[in-house]
Design a binder for this molecule. Structure first.
Ligand code: NAP
Length: 324
């Protein structure tokens, strides 16, 4: 994986519980591994059990070699506490099942890393009728937060929600009339829809931070940099493949660990307790796009989102989102 982490490695209380969506690969893998190596109990919420179990095995091996290197601040436990739970963000049935099982397990939840994502959907729709990127990157995570908010609110001080967003949010067009991809468009504007899903995550960060100001939960979003992960494997056009190949060749991409650094800092550093409502790049609070900071539009997006997902939420969960 390469690269020295620039976040402080320090033991965490071993009752601290993390959920990392997409924790089996790329940025999420490194976030999950380092949270666990510092002593957290980590659930990786993934769509493939096989890939998740392989990832856990690899984490255990890398933990042993990190100990072998004499890295300070690692947990003294002999093995990492990482578990798999099934979650397919492209299916609300799966999202509801995941949330239900998590709640039934009686676990607390201190840190929720909304990390899983895709940047190509090739115009596909989900079984629930939404444009794939919109549901996987944005709506699916929104429903998880709505359903697990009460668990987080009852988990004691210093709970955190972190969104792995993207600088691509900057070019996201805010247009609630075309929130959904419509088959009548001849070509699915892939990057445009990716940017929108990431814009909505940043806007959600601000709206949630405002609603839950003075609560025990903080909300932050981040851009991880351009990171060499599997997310680009689904690129279809020659142009995209060629661009990615060139960027890779000149070494302009970050490793997954480098990409995960800001997320790990936000998830684990005690110094970030109570810090809420920011967009982060390279572990620094950074100005996000002017559209994303528009409070009126954040509210409009919030209302539209609730309209889209209301059938998946109970009245208590809807009330919980009001932040009172
Ligand atoms: N890489 C970059 O340059 C970059 C830049 C800006 C932002 N980001 C953001 O960083 C986040 C992590 O991406 P990455 O670069 O680490 O890519 P990655 O290696 O492809 O990891 C993406 C993760 O999301 C999971 N995932 C995809 N669809 C899912 C679904 N329907 N349900 C549940 N999990 C699903 C993947 O699971 P599978 O293994 O099963 O596919 C994988 O674990 C994404 O939100 C991405 O938008 C990445």
């Amino acid at each position: 994986m390469g690269g020295k982490p620039s976040f402080p490695v320090q033991p965490l209380p071993d009752d601290r519980i993390f959920v990392v969506t997409g924790g089996n690969a790329g940025i999420g893998y490194e976030m999950a591994k380092w949270c666990a190596m510092m002593g957290g109990k980590v659930v990786i919420a993934c769509r493939s059990e096989v890939r998740a179990r392989k990832a856990i095995e690899k984490m255990q091996e890398e933990f042993q070699s990190e100990k072998g290197k004499g890295t300070k601040g690692l947990t003294e436990n002999p093995k990492l506490a990482v578990e798999f739970m099934e979650l397919d963000l492209a299916s609300f049935t799966s999202v509801l099942k995941f949330c239900d099982e998590f709640r039934k397990s009686g676990r607390k939840l201190h840190v929720l890393c909304c990390n899983a994502g895709i940047c190509y959907s090739h115009g596909r729709k989900t079984e629930d009728g939404f444009e794939m990127m919109l549901q996987v990157n944005y709506l699916g995570h929104f429903v998880i937060i709505a359903k697990l908010l009460s668990t987080m609110r009852a988990s004691g001080q210093d709970c955190r929600v972190i969104f792995t967003s993207s600088i691509a949010h900057d070019s996201g067009i805010f247009d609630l009339n075309t929130l959904q991809y419509d088959e009548k468009f001849e070509k699915h504007p892939e990057l445009e829809y990716y940017s929108r899903s990431k814009l909505y995550q940043v806007m959600q960060t601000y709206e949630m931070a405002r609603r839950f100001k003075d609560s025990n939960i903080t909300f932050n979003s981040l851009h991880p940099g351009l990171v060499d992960t599997e997310i680009f494997n689904e690129a279809e056009s020659c142009f995209d493949r060629c661009c990615i190949g060139c960027v890779r060749k000149i070494g302009a991409m970050r490793t997954s660990l480098e990409g995960a650094t800001t997320g790990i800092e936000l998830a684990t550093n005690p110094k970030q307790k109570g810090v809420s409502g920011y967009y982060w790049v390279d572990c620094k609070q950074t100005m996000s796009s002017s559209t994303s900071r528009d409070a009126e539009r954040q509210k409009e997006l919030w209302d539209k989102t609730l309209e889209l997902i209301q059938q998946y939420l109970t009245d208590a969960e809807k009330t919980g989102l009001e932040g009172k």
